[in-house]
Design a protein around this ligand. Structure first.
Ligand SMILES: Cc1cc2nc3c(=O)[nH]c(=O)nc-3n(C[C@H](O)[C@H](O)[C@H](O)COP(=O)(O)O)c2cc1C
Length: 253
């Protein structure tokens, strides 16, 4: 391997870039208003209320150490649907709002550098009780699902987009996280990108652990065709693009 090239790519993992950024010139320090906490949506969009913490019935009280001990990547799922309270729980665990500070800042159930939270959550739903199959987006502030679109032969197209890994075609729900880099760049400029990737890891780890509490399994997916999946999700791939994927389904524990 070309050593120079390796060093060049390894620098992404380092924080050396911070020394090169003039933070007085970031949009935050220039007084530009922060980008919205979640992507805006139109008032006539179809939205589905999710269940809140006090009405979850299917969440077992497994210990944290049990969840951590049992966690593993699970790629084979039972032919069973998730209940809406289970999906609500998984969405809360991965991106739920803990406390909103103002229009531009909110604490969530996962950490994020500078509390910028640069991700959005899309779901390809195949089997959730009471929901039609299709692509949805989680609205953390409202704790609702927004119906995005349905697409002919979506399972097949998704499998193709993840380089023919078969699980997303069979999983009850596939989580597809996108990055909106400007949310982080607004504060950190060119030092934004490594921390976005780290943030995605935190989100997916919460999904792994939360799945353990509802007899579900998940498997992280980072191998996919970028352009194909961005197109499939109907996004431009510039201001917003897919960064991480995870399939979820019921499993025999
Ligand atoms: C960043 C990341 C990317 C991954 N991408 C894939 C993937 O594309 N396909 C897949 O089947 N598993 C993927 N995995 C799951 C790993 O293969 C799995 O975590 C590893 O084999 C260890 O197994 P365990 O999770 O059961 O401990 C990924 C895991 C991580 C953390």
């Amino acid at each position: 391997m070309n050593d120079l090239l390796l060093q060049q790519y390894r620098s992404f993992l380092k924080d050396t870039i911070r020394k090169t950024v003039d933070f007085s010139k970031t949009d935050q320090n220039l007084g530009v208003a922060p980008p919205p906490i979640e992507k805006p949506f139109s008032n006539d969009a179809v939205r589905i209320d999710l269940l809140k913490e006090d009405s979850w019935k299917n969440i077992s009280a497994i210990s944290l150490s049990e969840a951590i001990k049992n966690r593993k990547s699970r790629r084979t799922f039972l032919d069973r649907s998730l209940k809406l309270d289970e999906l609500s729980f998984l969405l809360w665990a991965t991106q739920g709002i803990r406390h909103q500070i103002d229009q531009g800042h909110a604490y969530r159930t996962v950490p994020s550098a500078g509390c910028r939270h640069a991700l959005e959550t899309y779901l390809y739903i195949l089997k959730v009780e009471g929901l039609d199959s299709g692509v949805y987006r989680y609205l953390p502030l409202e704790h609702q699902l927004l119906f995005e679109f349905s697409e002919e032969r979506m399972s097949e197209k998704l499998v193709k987009a993840v380089l023919r890994q078969p699980y997303p075609g069979k999983a009850a729900v596939t989580f597809i996280w996108t990055a909106l880099p400007y949310r982080m760049e607004w504060r950190y400029g060119l030092a934004a990108h490594k921390v976005i990737a780290i943030e995605a890891g935190h989100v997916c780890q919460n999904l792994y652990l939360a799945c353990e509490a509802i007899s579900c399994g998940t498997c992280a997916i980072a191998a996919y065709d970028q352009e194909t999946i961005d197109k499939l999700l109907r996004m431009n791939g510039l201001d917003e693009f897919v960064i991480y994927i995870a399939t979820v389904g019921k499993v025999k524990m």
